[in-house]
Design a protein around this ligand. Structure first.
Ligand SMILES: Nc1ncnc2c1ncn2[C@@H]1O[C@H](COP(=O)(O)OP(=O)(O)OP(=O)(O)O)[C@@H](O)[C@H]1O
Length: 551
């Protein structure tokens, strides 16, 4: 079934070799165990075979060479060390969404979900939230999630580790029944050597090298031990070179299994159907995550309120200045010193208020995007391995986060404009504020797709927001040489400029011009630059989602 030849994994170009010329063959329609002391390279071996880790050497499945993970799609599934599913979904929902991402045919899906629930013994727990399951139930759900695509072969990393004996037996029973009734192949990394008699074929890995393959009896004979529990003591008696050479020179024939033909499941649904499924699941998870939606709602409503609080004292004068530009205004301003000072103060208040709106929108953008992908990266990697398209995933994240950002930008514009009676072209202001929030959301989503840790992505997003004010050069003067190095990348500058330009035909704009003659970008240019920021963010999201980020 699955086999590898001279497979090696190095950590980085000059790093240590953590898998060294491993050669192994796993048995089809059987329970295969992979054992070895902790840290010996079991996970590395299976991940290298599945194309999850870059490696040198050959991998084959049913006699066909495998070059990348996607070559195994529809034939093999992988259950990583820690079962992963969204904690806020019920067992039924987790399985249903996994099926929707993996299987096209509605009748097959309805039948399969019932079969899986019964097989993994979670039928009566189908309405329980994943987060409320016990360790054993969680592992069984993990298995159920691997079964949705009906793969011929399943690789399970420590599917029984850390479980009580009863739960361990339950899981092994599920695997054995699947082997006997459906000829499924399992390759399981296990730690409990007392359970080896339940397995048909055993692979021993030691210090990154495969040093034995065979049945339990042959293992006991080969290592000259009374039972498998003595294996690790025996391994310690010699160094790795001894064991490597002994296995190389041994006449044990591992090519004993007749090759089973590959069976490939039908292709998964197309990217549009997968995007739709992911959007539905994201909306449900958003609704269930009370803390997150309360925070999002809180900042969406609270931030515009904050802006108007800061505007409060100046609102009466603001209203006086906000009418359309009328003839004689400039003349009057230049004659009347008092009026001129008032106008300049108003212009500086408005500058601050616009900047404040824009900065708060970038903060909302960082909240929308920074944790979105990195926070569920392992789940995504697992679903991608099972057939989820990276493009569908990236699109669903962009659509969902941008929808939230559009609402936030619109609400900020409407609320502040109404309370402060800001003049200017409403559609331009809405466009600029919405795009400010959406583009920052996309950039932070990009960080979330590029970095493997949600904390790193959040930290970078917070720094980016923190630098908006000083690097925009609006309130604090930037050194001349830096102005046009920084500004093209500073969301807040274009948000501010675009908004200010929407007031071109008003007294406020003229009042600002009394104080400053600096160039202000037009609303059109600002919208174009913010649009480019969004495109950059979207490219980062698509590129980041294409990369492999397994733990
Ligand atoms: N990215 C990495 N960088 C450096 N060392 C690594 C990396 N990944 C794994 N290793 C090292 O390679 C060795 C094999 O790791 P692996 O996870 O394959 O072991 P394992 O046998 O599955 O361990 P366990 O049974 O404890 O899960 C370990 O010493 C581990 O520290």
């Amino acid at each position: 079934m699955l086999s590898c030849k001279e497979l090696s994994v190095d950590v980085g170009p000059n790093g240590p070799r953590i898998l060294d010329r491993a050669t192994a063959q796993f048995k089809g329609g059987a329970l295969n165990a992979v054992i070895g002391p902790s840290g010996c390279g079991k996970t590395t071996l299976v991940k290298a075979m599945l194309g999850i880790l870059p490696s040198e050497g050959e991998v084959s499945y049913a006699g066909e060479r495998i070059y990348k993970s996607s070559d195994l799609q529809g034939m093999l599934s992988f259950a990583p060390q820690f079962s992963i599913a969204h904690e806020r979904l019920t067992v039924n929902e987790a399985l249903q969404y996994a099926l929707d991402l993996c299987v096209r045919d509605g009748v097959v899906k309805a039948k399969r979900i019932e079969e899986i629930l019964k097989r993994i013994g979670l039928d009566e727990h189908r309405t329980k939230k994943v987060g409320d399951l016990s360790g054993g139930q969680l592992r069984r759900l993990g298995l159920g999630l691997e079964l949705v695509g009906d793969p011929q072969c399943m690789v399970c990393d420590e599917v029984t580790s850390g479980l009580d004996p009863k739960s361990e037996d339950q899981i092994l029973e599920v695997l054995q029944r699947l082997r006997d009734e459906q000829e499924k192949t399992f390759i399981c990394i296990i730690h409990n050597l007392a359970k080896l008699e339940e397995f048909d074929w055993i692979t021993v890995v030691y210090e990154g090298v495969v040093i034995f393959q065979g049945e339990l009896e042959a293992l006991n004979r080969y290592f000259d031990i009374p039972d498998a529990l003595h294996l690790y003591d025996k391994l310690n008696e010699h160094d790795i070179e001894y064991w490597r050479e002994r296995w190389k020179g041994s006449d044990t024939d591992v090519a004993v299994h007749s090759e089973i033909a590959a069976v490939k499941a039908p292709p998964p649904p197309g990217p549009i159907a997968q995007t739709w499924t992911l959007l539905l699941r994201r909306a449900l998870l958003f609704k269930r995550d009370r803390g997150y939606w309360l925070l999002t709602l809180g900042i969406t409503i609270g931030f515009p309120l904050l802006v108007t609080i800061f505007a409060w004292d100046g609102i009466p004068q603001l209203r006086g200045l906000s009418m359309d530009s009328s003839a004689g205004f400039m003349e009057r301003a230049s004659e009347d010193l008092r009026y001129r000072i008032d106008a300049m103060e108003m212009a500086s208040l408005v500058t601050g208020l616009i900047l404040f709106q824009v900065i708060l929108l970038t903060l909302m953008g960082s909240n929308n995007g920074a944790r979105e992908i990195a926070g569920e990266r392992q789940l995504y990697e697992k679903e991608r391995f099972a057939g989820l398209s990276a493009g569908a995933y990236a699109s669903s994240k962009l659509i969902f986060a941008s929808s939230v950002a559009i609402l936030q930008g619109l609400w900020m514009m409407l609320f502040v404009r109404y309370i402060c009676e800001f003049p200017g072209v409403a559609s331009l202001q809405a466009g600029v504020l919405v795009l400010c929030c959406v583009s920052m959301t996309a950039i932070c989503l990009g960080f979330s797709a590029i970095f493997d840790s949600a904390d790193k992505a959040s930290l970078l997003s917070v720094y980016l927001v923190g630098f908006q004010l000083p690097l925009s050069g609006i309130v604090l003067a930037l050194p001349e040489a830096l102005v046009w190095v920084c500004r093209p990348f500073i969301n807040a500058y274009w948000g501010w400029g675009g908004y200010f330009s929407s007031m071109l035909e008003t007294r406020l704009y003229d009042a600002y011009r009394l104080e400053s003659s600096e160039w202000i970008p037009s609303a059109g240019l600002s919208l174009a630059v913010l649009g480019l920021h969004f495109v950059l963010g979207a490219v980062m999201v698509f590129w980041g989602c294409q990369q492999k980020r397994w733990n």
